[in-house]
Design a protein around this ligand. Structure first.
Ligand SMILES: [Zn+2]
Length: 502
């Protein structure tokens, strides 16, 4: 076989992988959006079958041979050209997947699929005991998976690498160590000041009208409805079945309209990234995404840097008032802006303000590290969560639903994911600073309701690269430096100095 024929064969394999992954994602989407709870067992078997099939095909010995043959013909596998990158990444993906036996992978999918149902019930009833045995199974399986990746510096390294290619526990810890004291100090200074008034955010907002406003927001951001849809789930998420079908979900609360609004801005940010991936790289190793931090940088940018900015609401606020005249008719735009940026230590991560959000992540990282290092047991998590919340944020959740059970991730076996949110926050501000330096008119455009320059910049600088770069490589390419917490802290300090008169 010629080089070209071998390359075509590799890409055929990636095409097949995308088909199977898309089918698996569709089963997962249906599970969370429509499936009756009685269907859980069968659905778990279906998802494990599809996932197992994909894994078996991706790790067949002849695939490894094919990739090795291709790699042997690339003069420099570390070169920064598309072909070298493609083969290098294909090799990384193969080596990674081949370490995990297919039956173990299928067991993991089956166990996490059932755990999702248990978590939903446990969260609804605020009853950790329902979820505990599932999480114990997941943790044991996770540790077994980790052992396949030995040797490593830290057992958490292979886990974070699943969501953030190339990142290590030591690197994350060093970034967080630089960040934490400055976040705590900022929070302390804010707490000394009079609190802003956000009472407008706790009256009853008609759900049907909320839906209209949320649809309007996604449209304003540039979401392509011809290649996506918005549904409702317990925990908002984004999923895709290919470049042309990228779906989002949100969750509406009668007394908390900001929750759905900022969730929708967030998930639409994820979806815009997925809808903007390179078509040329699709069905190759360079397709898709390989950094959840870059993913979260898109969602957090739209949710916060844009979605909680003065300029964005200069345009949007009169429209929001027209949607909800009884709720917002007598609330000034200034009060609204301060209200949506209220800083207050709270129980729920996804509703946390920008000043406290990363502390929620640091708490989760600490618990995940302790679980993986065998320093704590699953049964002790609810109590540990409460005491860590007190230590990090000074508040104690009233129950486990608002404590250890609030997030879906552990039920999905996603230990190692949380740090990418905080890294995403840092990256979001680094993109934003670069964007404003490239296009200084953006604030004026936002105030006029024009957001397309933002999306165009993101498409050009971030989205189209798909998996070609790691997060660190991409941020260096776009901004000239690696992930740096200074920019995020400067952004927060400037914003809250004005709002809280620090
Ligand atoms: Zn997200």
């Amino acid at each position: 076989m010629s080089f070209e024929e071998k390359l075509a064969k590799l890409r055929e394999l990636y095409t097949e992988q995308n088909l199977l992954t898309g089918i698996g994602a569709l089963l997962g989407w249906d599970q969370q959006v429509y499936m009756p709870s009685g269907g859980a067992e069968t659905r778990g078997a279906q998802m494990a079958y599809i996932g197992g099939l994909a894994h078996q095909k991706a790790t067949a010995p002849e695939v490894g041979q094919l990739i090795d043959d291709l790699a042997a013909e690339i003069p420099d596998l570390d070169a920064d050209d598309d072909l070298a990158r493609e083969i290098k990444l294909a090799k990384r993906n193969f080596d990674h997947s081949a370490k995990i036996p297919t039956d173990k992978m299928m067991e993991f999918i089956r166990v996490t699929s059932l755990a999702h149902e248990a978590w939903t019930k446990a969260k609804t009833d605020s009853d950790f005991a329902v979820f505990q045995p599932h999480l114990e199974k997941i943790l044991n399986l996770t540790k077994e998976m980790v052992s396949f990746f030995a040797p490593y510096d830290h057992p958490y390294d292979p886990l974070i690498d699943m969501y953030e290619v190339g990142m290590t526990a030591a690197e994350v810890k060093s970034i967080f160590d630089a960040l934490r004291p400055r976040q705590v100090e900022l929070l302390r200074r804010i707490a000394e000041k009079p609190q802003v008034d956000d009472s407008f955010a706790h009256t009853e907002y008609d759900i049907e009208t909320q839906k209209k406003l949320n649809n309007y927001l996604a449209t304003l951001q540039g979401y392509d409805w011809n290649r996506g849809r918005l549904d409702e789930t317990v925990h908002p998420f984004t999923t895709g079945f290919g470049l042309d079908d990228v779906r989002i979900t949100t969750h509406y609360y009668l007394n908390m309209p900001l929750s759905a609004m900022f969730s929708t801005l967030h998930e639409t940010g994820h979806a815009l990234y997925e809808q903007g991936l390179s078509r040329a790289y699709h069905n190759t190793a360079l397709g898709g995404t390989n950094s959840m931090a870059v993913h979260e940088s898109n969602s957090r940018l739209w949710e916060n840097v844009i979605g909680r900015s003065k300029e964005f609401w200069r345009f949007l606020y009169p429209i929001a008032q027209a949607f909800f005249p009884a709720n917002l008719g007598n609330v000034s735009s200034d009060q609204f802006y301060r209200g949506i940026n209220k800083v207050t230590p709270s129980f729920i991560r996804i509703e946390a303000d920008e000043a406290t959000y990363n502390l929620h992540i640091m708490l989760r990282l600490e618990l995940e590290l302790a679980m993986i290092e065998d320093k704590i047991q699953v049964k002790d998590l609810p109590e540990l969560w409460m005491s860590k919340m007190k230590e990090y944020l000074g508040v104690t959740p009233p129950d486990d639903a608002r404590g250890v059970l609030q997030d879906v991730h552990w039920s999905g076996g996603m230990i190692g994911y949380f740090p990418t949110y905080a890294l995403g926050n840092l990256l979001a501000v680094q993109w934003w600073n670069q964007m404003l330096s490239d296009l200084p008119n953006i604030p004026d455009e936002m105030a006029a309701g024009k957001l397309d320059s933002i999306l165009t910049w993101l498409r050009e600088n971030v989205h189209r690269h798909s998996s070609r770069y790691t997060a660190q490589e991409l941020v260096r390419k776009v901004t000239g430096e690696g992930i740096n917490p200074d920019h995020y802290m400067n952004y927060l300090t400037k914003k809250y100095t004005e709002i809280y008169d620090l």
